[in-house]
Design a protein around this ligand. Structure first.
Ligand code: FNR
Length: 385
């Protein structure tokens, strides 16, 4: 199949682009405004050169670690993404099954298309729930209780989404609220009848984690998405993180931080982990690349707290670079979504296999047989001899 011919994540992206109607592909692929952060997230990795050690015994390589208190096979996790059922009918369950096969942690989005209880029932691996603080604190507290009951291991509080980013590809494609599909978009849907039929039949606009609380208030499906987004509390501050940490009492990452100061505040407020992220370049455009913030944030936090580098990872060597700079793990969004769109569970599996194999090959060639032995000296800014 074309999946087994996919040599890398870029190949999976090309297959996904063929299989999806253009507006749906662009929803995954695009970023905010001029997509400066989107491009920088990726290219920043090229700015770090790898410096190998020779003649190290790499006959066995240790990649296992812990994340959110759970053992994982590799320092790699799957980021939360909303609307997953739009990309393939297998939706979150397909993603979770592939993650479990590789021993990786997976984060379910509040805006996901699978009930958190249903995901937990079919996924034994380390499961994280990505939460928002809603204006209605009762809704957030209810999520915490449901996550405890369903055996989630960690929470990730996303803090870079106080308002929706300006995704101009979506606006041009008419993927707006309300939808204003252009002739071009409609043609693209018509040219992908298999996707259009199966997806529309699977009601991708159901948000089963929240809909029981908002159904009565909202109008059509897209306005439901809009309505839920409107319920994110834009007034939240660090005190609210303390509140959430107190409610949850378990591993908690603050997702969407960029500075050493905020990272320190997160830990002081009760978080156990920080996810350095600009939401994959989908929110504030112009931010630095997460990988370029890791060293300073590790410096500020010291060796203890977990640091997850999220955004722009497309190669196993990217994971090596982020870890050498001080990250505990990397997290991926688009790479597994390209795989999902390209071939469902098998496509996600292919994406994860490629990244894990590249990661291990890179470690061997770098002369590192244990991820704990990765150090800042293994990377140099390009141009520095
Ligand atoms: C996202 N992301 C995201 N983040 C989050 O906290 N909640 C969400 O519901 C979503 N939804 C979402 C949808 C889609 C289609 C994408 C591509 C991304 C951001 C995601 O968790 C992660 O931060 C980025 O995807 C990381 O960048 P890369 O790996 O895509 O470059």
């Amino acid at each position: 199949s074309s999946l087994s011919h996919a040599c890398n994540i870029a190949d999976l992206r090309r297959i996904a682009r063929r299989r999806l109607p253009r507006p749906i592909f662009d929803y995954i692929d695009g970023g905010a405004d001029d997509e400066v952060s989107l491009d920088r997230n990726r290219s920043a990795f090229d700015g770090h050169a790898l410096v190998p050690d020779a003649l190290v015994d790499v006959s066995a390589i240790r990649t296992a670690t812990t994340l959110f208190g759970q053992p994982v096979g590799s320092p790699l996790m799957l980021s939360p993404t909303g609307l997953t059922r739009m990309f393939h009918g297998g939706a979150e369950r397909a993603v979770a099954r592939a993650a479990a096969r590789h021993g990786l942690a997976y984060a379910l989005s509040t805006m996901g298309t699978t009930r958190l209880e249903d995901l937990a029932a079919g996924f034994a691996g380390p499961r994280i729930f990505q939460i928002y603080i809603f204006k209605d604190r009762g809704l957030t507290a209810e999520f915490v209780a449901r996550c405890k009951a369903a055996g989630f291991h960690g929470l990730a509080l996303t803090v870079d989404t106080v308002v929706a980013g300006n995704r101009e590809r979506d606006r041009r494609n008419g993927l707006s609220i309300p939808p204003r599909l252009t002739w071009r978009s409609m043609l693209s849907f018509a040219m992908h009848p298999r996707w259009s039929l199966s997806t529309l039949l699977s009601s991708p606009f159901d948000f089963p984690n929240v809909s029981h609380r908002v159904d009565a208030l909202a109008g059509g499906p897209m306005s439901l998405f809009d309505y839920i987004g409107g319920q994110f509390d834009r007034s939240i501050v660090w005190k609210d993180v303390e509140w959430l940490a107190g409610q949850w009492g378990g591993p908690l990452s603050i997702k969407g931080l960029m500075t050493p100061g905020d990272a320190k505040r997160a830990i002081a407020s009760g978080a156990t982990s920080v996810t350095v992220s600009n939401h994959g370049g989908r929110q504030l455009d112009g931010t630095p690349a997460p990988v370029d913030r890791i060293a300073a944030i590790r410096d500020a936090l010291g060796p203890g707290p977990e640091i997850v580098c999220d955004g722009g990872i497309r190669r196993g060597s990217d994971i090596v670079k982020a870890l050498a700079l001080g990250a505990t793990a990397c997290s991926i969004g688009r790479p597994y979504l390209y795989g999902l769109a390209a071939g469902g569970e098998a496509g996600v599996d292919r994406a994860l296999t490629l990244l894990v194999e590249e990661f291990e090959r890179c470690l061997a060639l770098l002369g590192v047989n244990d991820i704990a032995a990765l150090e800042p000296r293994h990377v140099r800014p390009c141009g520095v001899k």
